[in-house]
Design a protein around this ligand. Structure first.
Ligand SMILES: [Fe+2]
Length: 285
């Protein structure tokens, strides 16, 4: 029986009673989407999906977006990325998502959801920290909301706070990929594309300026909002078990991978497959 229960005390939900590897009936998809848009982060336990099945399942959330870093993609399935700390990868790539960010906020049409499937889980660490950006916006004082509401933020690829707050640089793009990375604009208080509820949007990572503001003032203000959003009451960590499928609503969350060492052997290997999508779910169009 399809059911949901709380994942954490504040946000997130776990969905039970569904096998994501098969064809999903429209009512099931509607339930998953409604739960995602209400609770922002979902976990499904005990799943076993091939990359092809995962690619098909991922499309319930929107149109898959091949990552700009094309060296992460799986052959034949351009939308499915493989994430691992296996020893064949340099550290900048292993920990290329170990900083606070919002997927594809450097795109004019950013990611709307990101889903991961845990294939191998290290015996310690390897989780994903998530921040609730609806709550971070809701809790701002009214005067601050009025200030934030009218502002437009300039975003470009990479990590603004590289070297600050203990954060590494974003996975470096290849030389020929830089030309695709032009700056874009998003509202600071961004209405959710499905529900219209406002979230504080992408105040870490790619946000580097505010329209009409001097750059240093803008960065100070964005960093102040980031510090606000990363207070303990807004942040929870998703710890994975083999077989977990997780998905987060990227319009109302920020996230950061827990940093990992390069795997010395099987027991500390993390292997995930990932699909990120943009636009509205096909069922809600
Ligand atoms: Fe990410």
């Amino acid at each position: 029986m399809l059911a949901k229960k709380p994942l954490w005390d504040t946000f997130g939900a776990e969905i039970e009673g569904v096998d994501l590897s098969g064809e999903l009936p429209p009512d099931t998809v509607r339930f998953i989407l409604a739960t995602l848009h209400e609770h922002q982060v979902l976990r499904f336990r005990n799943q076993s999906l091939s990359p092809e099945q995962f690619d098909r399942y991922g499309r319930i959330y929107g149109e898959p977006t091949p990552h700009v870093l094309d060296h992460f993609r799986l052959p034949g399935l351009p939308a499915v990325m493989k994430l691992t700390n296996a020893s064949d990868r340099p550290d900048a790539i292993i920990n290329g998502a170990a900083y606070w960010h919002t997927d594809q906020s450097y795109d004019a049409e950013p990611s709307s959801a990101t889903t991961l499937h845990a294939i191998k889980v290290p015996k310690a660490g390897g989780g994903t920290r998530l921040a609730n950006m609806f709550a971070a916006y809701d809790d701002l004082p009214e005067s601050m909301k009025r200030k934030v509401d009218g502002l437009t933020v300039l975003h470009s690829y990479g990590n603004r706070d590289q070297g600050l707050d203990g954060e590494p640089e974003a996975s470096p793009p290849r030389e020929e990929q830089w030309s695709k990375l032009v700056p874009v604009k998003h509202p600071l208080a961004r209405p959710h594309p499905i529900t219209g509820r406002k979230a504080l949007y992408a105040v870490a990572g790619t946000s580097r300026g505010i329209e009409g503001w001097p750059e240093d003032e803008a960065v100070d203000f964005l960093r102040e909002l980031k510090a606000h959003a990363l207070q303990p009451q807004y942040v929870r960590t998703l710890f994975y078990e083999v077989g977990d499928v997780a998905v987060w609503d990227t319009s109302s969350t920020m996230h950061a991978a827990e940093p990992l060492e390069e795997a010395a052997g099987e027991e500390d290997t993390r292997l995930m497959i990932r699909v990120s999508v943009r636009g509205k779910p096909p069922l809600l169009q």
